[in-house]
Ligand binder design. Structure first.
Ligand SMILES: *[C@@H]1O[C@H](CO)[C@@H](O)[C@H](O)[C@H]1NC(C)=O
Ligand SMILES: *[C@@H]1O[C@H](CO)[C@@H](O)[C@H](O)[C@H]1NC(C)=O
Ligand SMILES: *[C@@H]1O[C@H](CO)[C@@H](O)[C@H](O)[C@H]1NC(C)=O
Ligand SMILES: *[C@@H]1O[C@H](CO)[C@@H](O)[C@H](O)[C@H]1NC(C)=O
Ligand SMILES: *[C@@H]1O[C@H](CO)[C@@H](O)[C@H](O)[C@H]1NC(C)=O
Ligand SMILES: *[C@@H]1O[C@H](CO)[C@@H](O)[C@H](O)[C@H]1NC(C)=O
Ligand SMILES: *[C@@H]1O[C@H](CO)[C@@H](O)[C@H](O)[C@H]1NC(C)=O
Length: 291
């Protein structure tokens, strides 16, 4: 008996395939009529158009809700930290120690401050922050009135730091026992130091150890004030030329010329008793002048 399944030659297979691609008997192409193919294609075109537009819409909505000027994610830290310059550490403890009679020792301190104050150079500030700010008041800006769609920043001039500006005395007092330190409060976006009616924050330095070694200290600007016009801070994109207000303190060391100092920024909304963050609202440091 011959095999039931007739062995087919390669040529026949090709013919079958040809029939499948174009079947002239019932006018189908790949098993479907051209009409059907048009419907299928239309269906897929519509399907992909809908998918693409949904995807584009999602991206658009996402981009629209992300405002680059106000970060959605903000540091948990709501109360600003405080730092001191020169920022010389010894085992995580801030120790400002220098030898008055060793040039390279006091030069290290004064160079640190000179470098730190570079952005505050009077002529730089005069060029970059041209807005006339009204001191004693918050500088709220709801619009982007500054150049290139930004907000204005108030200038802070190095010369405001008087005898600690490094202009008259480039050694910042480190050649003597009257050194200057500079206190800076970190930026917190939209932070207001008080509820809007209070006075401006100010720096208050107290001697924690070695009272007998400190005759006194002077603040620059007067009373250690950080003017309200530097608040609120709107972020790096909105205020690219923003500079933190500074307060310099000149100490008058006597006797052993060694003391532990605490400088606190005093204001209603500035916390300072966070045991997990010793730099919140205040900074402690040792100040020592050797000879
Ligand atoms: C500020 O910058 C100008 C120009 O670069 C320079 O001449 C001047 O000495 C600088 N002032 C201080 C205090 O460094
Ligand atoms: C700022 O005020 C000064 C003096 O009052 C004035 O000469 C200057 O033109 C003002 N600048 C701007 C940008 O308003
Ligand atoms: C700055 O220092 C000079 C010289 O030591 C002194 O006469 C003057 O009173 C000081 N200025 C301020 C504002 O303390
Ligand atoms: C702001 O604080 C002052 C003094 O602490 C208080 O008298 C005033 O009622 C406060 N205002 C608001 C709006 O909370
Ligand atoms: C500075 O702090 C000390 C100690 O906390 C306090 O006794 C003093 O009244 C404060 N001075 C000012 C001007 O707030
Ligand atoms: C500094 O504080 C004193 C006393 O509170 C005040 O009389 C004086 O006007 C203040 N100076 C400045 C420049 O704010
Ligand atoms: C300070 O420098 C002088 C001069 O170099 C040196 O004689 C002295 O021992 C130094 N003092 C200390 C405490 O290192």
């Amino acid at each position: 008996m011959a095999t039931l399944k007739e062995k087919r030659t390669c040529g026949q297979r090709c013919q079958d395939f040809g029939h499948f691609v174009w079947n002239s008997d019932d006018g189908t192409f790949m098993g479907r009529t051209p009409e059907k193919w048009v419907y299928i294609s239309l269906y897929y075109v519509a399907f992909y158009v809908v998918m693409t537009s949904l995807f584009a819409l999602a991206i658009y909505v996402l981009m629209y809700t992300i405002n680059p000027y106000t970060p959605d994610y903000q540091d948990r830290l709501k109360s600003p930290g405080v730092m001191v310059w020169p920022d010389t550490y010894n085992d995580e403890v801030l120790e400002i120690t220098y030898n008055m009679s060793e040039k390279h020792s006091w030069m290290k301190m004064s160079e640190c401050l000179t470098h730190f104050l570079k952005p505050y150079n009077d002529s730089t500030q005069h060029h970059c922050n041209i807005h006339n700010c009204t001191s004693g008041k918050y500088f709220f800006q709801h619009k982007f009135d500054g150049p290139k769609h930004t907000k204005w920043s108030c200038p802070f001039y190095q010369s405001t730091l008087g005898n600690c500006s490094g202009i008259d005395d480039p050694t910042f007092g480190y050649k003597t026992a009257q050194p200057c330190v500079i206190i800076k409060m970190n930026r917190v976006i939209n932070f207001l130091p008080n509820n809007g009616t209070g006075m401006a924050p100010y720096v208050n330095c107290t001697v924690l150890e070695g009272h007998e070694n400190v005759r006194g200290h002077v603040y620059y600007p007067a009373n250690g004030t950080m003017d309200l016009s530097y608040f609120p801070y709107y972020g790096k994109l909105a205020q690219p030329t923003y500079v933190n207000p500074l307060v310099a303190v000149k100490f008058d060391l006597i006797n052993q010329r060694h003391a532990k100092i605490q400088c606190r920024v005093m204001s209603k909304n500035i916390a300072y008793q966070n045991i997990y963050d010793p730099y919140e609202g205040k900074v402690d440091f040792y100040l020592t002048a050797l000879s």
